[in-house]
Design a protein around this ligand. Sequence first.
Ligand code: SF4
Length: 189
Amino acid sequence: MKSTKFTELTQEQIDRKWWEIGDFFRRNSLWMLMYCTGCCAIELPPAMTSAYDMERLGMGPMATPRQADVLLVTGYLSLKTLRRLIYTYEQMSEPKYIVGFGSCTINGGIYHDSHVVINRLDRYVPVDVYVAGCMPNTEAVMNGFVDLMDLIKSKKADGWKRYHDNYDWYKKNQEEALGEVRIKDEFHE
Ligand code: SF4
């Protein structure tokens, strides 16, 4: 197989190589911010502690959005919490990923006909992995994490790019639900 010298690569090829290296390490070292909005959150303690021990996968909890790679949304979202979720997501550094946890994030679940609960999380922010169920058990949570890692490794965890590419569409949906969404607000000024 013909090898290519580093000096023969274009800048774009070099950038892509760096991303591949970054994805390799990122996949094995993910910091997760938990946005515990719903009852699904009760499955997180066994996932994080000795019963399932998510740290063995290279995942750990993170307290602030700016240092987190993964935003975990555990269940239903009211309009009030959706606004905070959008602010939180916008503060995270790229690349960043969202895991929607529980049927409520997929279709509103048992709250689907409530006037204060959104029905589809991915209309407002990009979701990379959904974990279905009401509530999903801890094995499903762990499988969801592994699925996310595999997507990162295969470069298919591209929700943050979709957010850029379709920003007007996301913004329109956010504003339809919430009215004005000022990202340059108390978190940024
Ligand atoms: S999916 Fe079920 S368990 Fe999870 S937040 Fe919704 S109602 Fe609660």
